[in-house]
Design a protein around this ligand. Structure first.
Ligand code: IMP
Length: 216
């Protein structure tokens, strides 16, 4: 028999070679925005692998037909779960303005029509608000996670107000007209790190990450 004559005991806490490591559990993020995937992966660390729809080999345009952020987020995550059977999550965000009965809300991306132009959306928002003294607004992000077959919802809110005209050149969407509570500058005048301190998306993602880390 080809038994080794001596067995060298493994030292305690010996480094584990990559081949011996258990495969990382992966989770699909229902987006193709590589920036969003990277942000969440950084926050979660190495224990879980976050992959985009493209990386999961999924090439579909998931409809967002509902009139709440929650229902649209659920639609996206449950569609991906039905297709793959894997753990997955999705997010949906809207700008909610009380003086406009919550508009643009779930329609934030397409407020001014199907063109999806950030400038036109802002124009329509400012036109609708006109010189209303009530300029309160909030960004709200909803994340729907399907983890081991069960759905969990997480929410992140950033309160603020709408300016009378756009200022700043950073960011995207409604950033040039939105000032977060606690600051005097618009989101578009903040660096990404500064915006991240207030960000609705970050607050929702923090809760998702806390949940996922606690399940490890
Ligand atoms: P999504 O769900 O992240 O795609 O966001 C939907 C729409 O909300 C975007 O197309 C933007 O118009 C708006 N939006 C979402 N997040 C932000 C933000 O952080 N700043 C400005 N606009 C945003």
């Amino acid at each position: 028999m080809n038994q080794p004559e001596h067995t060298i005991p493994e030292p305690e806490n010996a480094p584990v070679s990559p081949a011996q490591q258990p495969p990382r559990i992966r989770i699909i993020f229902a987006t193709n925005n590589a920036h969003k995937v990277e942000e969440i992966q950084l926050a979660i660390g190495d224990s879980l692998e976050v992959i985009s729809l493209r990386q999961a080999g999924i090439d579909i345009d998931i409809p967002e037909p509902h009139d709440t952020l929650e229902a649209n987020a659920t639609e996206k995550s449950s569609t991906i779960h039905r297709l793959t059977g894997e753990n997955c999550f999705s997010e949906d965000t809207g700008l909610e303005v009380p003086a406009l009965n919550g508009e643009p809300g779930v329609k934030s991306a397409r407020y001014a029509g199907d063109g999806r132009s950030f400038e036109k959306n802002i124009e329509k928002l400012l036109h609708r608000l006109d010189d209303s003294p009530d300029r309160r607004a909030r960004f709200r992000t909803v994340i729907s996670l399907i983890w081991q077959g069960h759905e969990y919802l997480f929410e992140g809110i950033c309160e603020g107000h709408i300016l009378h005209s756009p200022v700043g050149s950073h960011g995207f969407g409604y950033d040039p007209v939105f000032v977060p509570e606690g600051d005097t500058r618009s989101f578009a005048q903040l660096s990404p790190e500064e915006k991240n301190r207030y960000s609705h998306r970050r607050k929702a993602a923090d809760q998702l990450v806390a949940f996922l880390l606690q399940t490890q």
